[in-house]
Design a protein around this ligand. Structure first.
Ligand code: ZN
Length: 408
C-alpha cells in the first residue's frame, strides 16, 4: 500500500479517532502484523502533542499457547502488574488505540469453557476500573491487515495480494480519501441527522420483519436516544470517533422487552471461532432458544456467560447499501461486519444512550432498563428486504427501514 495513503490513515486515527490532545498519554494495542504502520500512528500522535505513546504488542499464537497450557486457576488471575496498569489508565485517562489484525480463527482448537470461565473470574476484578473509566477517555478501534485474516477473507489469492486487497478494503470503508478528516466531519453530520429524526419520535418499540424468518419486536426506553458517529468524553469534553469505520445509528433497548425470532444474516466470530447460520428467539426480553448450523454450543455458552448475557444491550440501524456491504466482502471481523447491516447485541447496554446519562449512577441506569453483562456481542440481522417500523407510545407508526434501507 502506498505510504502516502497510510499516513493519511494514521492521521485519521490519531486526529479524528482518539483526537489526542496536547500532553495526553496514548496506549496502542496491536498485533505484530504491521509494525511500520504502527510507527506511523505513533508519530502522528506525537505530532499532535501526545506526551507519551506506549505500544503493547500481542501475538495470537502465544495467547493460544497460554490458553492451552495454563491452568484455569492462573488464567483467572488478575496479576498485581495488570491491576497497576488498570489503575494507571484510571489515573491518567490515557487514550487507547486498538489496531485489530487478528486471525478470525486464531483461537480454534482451544477450550471454549476454560476461556469463558477464566473471563468470568477476571470480570468482577476488572469491572471497578472499567466503571471508573467509562465515557471519560478517548478510544478508537481501527484495523490493519494480518496475513491470516487476509487469507481468510481472500482464500484464493496469494497471501501478499490478499493483504494488499484487505488494505484497500479497510481504507475504502474507513473513508480514507485525499482529506479523510473533513470526510469524517461530513459523515458524522449525516449520522447526527438520522439520530435527530429518530429521537424526535421517542419510539416505544421497533418492529422488524424479513422473508428469512425474522419477525421481532424490541421495546425502547422513553429516556433513550439514538447515537451515531463521534462521542464526547465526560469532563474534558473531547470529541472522538470510537470506531473507524462506523455506519451505525444505535441505541440501548429496554431490558425485558423483546419478543420473537431474529435470523442472523452473517456468521459471528466469537472467541476466535465462527458461529454460522444461526437464529435467536426472545421471550420477555430474554434469549430463550438458539440454533446454529455450526458452533451452537458456543452460542449457548455465550448467552449463559452471566445473568445479563441473554438480554439485549444494543439495537443498531445501518442501511443495506452501506459502503461495507457494497464491497461484497465478508470480513469475519465485527468492526466491519457490524457496520455492514442492521444488528443487535447481546449483553451490556450503553448508559450513554440515555438522555443526560451523566446525571445517573450505574445503578440508576440499570433500573432504567440498561442491561448489564460481561459480554457485548454484536450479530447481524440486516437483509435486503428488511422492514422496520417504529411505533410511538400513542400508536403512531413510522416506516424507518424499507427494503433494507432507510425509508426517510
Ligand atoms: Zn453496534
Amino acid at each position: 500500500m502506498e505510504k502516502s495513503k497510510l499516513i493519511k490513515y494514521a492521521q485519521l486515527i490519531a486526529g479524528s479517532g482518539i483526537n489526542v490532545q496536547k500532553g495526553q498519554k496514548v496506549i496502542i494495542q496491536c498485533g505484530l502484523d504491521q509494525p511500520d504502520f504502527v510507527a506511523m500512528v505513533v508519530e502522528e500522535c506525537y505530532k499532535l502533542g501526545a506526551e507519551s505513546v506506549t505500544v503493547k504488542w500481542s501475538y495470537m499464537p502465544i495467547a493460544k499457547l497460554n490458553y492451552n497450557y495454563r491452568s484455569l486457576e492462573t488464567l483467572s488471575e488478575v496479576t498485581d502488574i495488570e491491576k497497576a496498569e488498570w489503575q494507571s489508565k484510571v489515573d491518567n485517562l490515557s487514550c487507547l488505540i486498538w489496531l485489530d489484525s487478528d486471525d478470525p480463527d486464531g483461537l480454534s482448537g482451544t477450550d471454549n469453557e476454560k476461556i469463558s470461565k477464566a473471563n468470568m473470574a477476571r470480570y468482577p476484578i476488572i469491572k471497578p476500573y472499567r466503571d471508573a473509566l467509562e465515557n471519560k477517555y478517548q478510544w478508537c478501534i481501527a484495523a490493519v491487515p494480518g496475513k491470516e485474516w487476509a487469507h481468510k477473507v481472500f482464500p484464493d489469492l496469494p497471501v501478499d495480494e490478499a493483504v494488499e486487497k484487505l488494505w484497500e478494503a479497510i481504507l475504502y470503508t474507513s473513508r480514507v480519501t485525499e482529506d479523510p478528516v473533513s470526510e469524517w466531519d461530513k459523515h458524522n453530520k449525516t449520522l447526527a441527522e438520522k439520530c435527530a429524526f429518530l429521537n424526535k419520535y421517542k419510539f416505544d418499540k421497533l418492529e422488524y420483519k424479513s422473508a428469512n424468518g425474522t419477525d421481532f419486536v424490541v421495546g425502547l426506553n422513553q429516556k433513550g436516544i439514538f447515537c451515531g458517529g463521534g462521542e464526547t468524553t465526560l469532563g474534558a469534553n473531547v470529541y472522538f470517533n470510537p470506531n473507524i469505520p462506523t455506519e451505525e445509528v444505535f441505541t440501548t433497548p429496554v431490558r425485558g422487552r423483546a419478543e420473537g425470532k431474529v435470523v442472523a444474516t452473517k456468521p459471528l466470530s466469537y472467541q476466535g471461532k465462527l458461529i454460522e447460520n444461526f437464529w435467536v428467539e426472545f421471550k420477555g426480553g430474554k434469549a430463550v432458544k438458539v440454533g446454529a448450523e455450526k458452533n451452537q454450543d458456543l452460542l449457548e455458552k455465550m448467552i449463559a456467560m452471566d445473568e445479563g448475557a441473554a438480554y439485549l444491550g444494543e439495537v443498531a440501524l445501518i442501511a443495506y447499501d452501506s459502503p461495507i456491504n457494497n464491497t461484497g466482502i465478508l470480513f469475519y471481523n465485527t468492526l466491519f461486519d457490524e457496520n455492514a447491516s442492521c444488528h443487535l447485541a447481546l449483553g451490556r447496554g450503553f448508559n450513554n444512550c440515555l438522555e443526560n446519562y451523566e446525571q445517573y449512577t450505574n445503578e440508576q441506569c440499570k433500573e432504567l432498563g440498561v442491561n448489564n453483562s460481561m459480554i457485548h456481542v454484536d450479530f447481524m440481522i440486516g437483509s435486503k428486504d428488511m422492514s422496520i417500523v417504529g411505533v410511538t407510545l400513542d400508536g403512531k407508526r413510522v416506516q424507518i427501514f424499507k427494503d433494507g434501507n432507510w425509508a426517510f
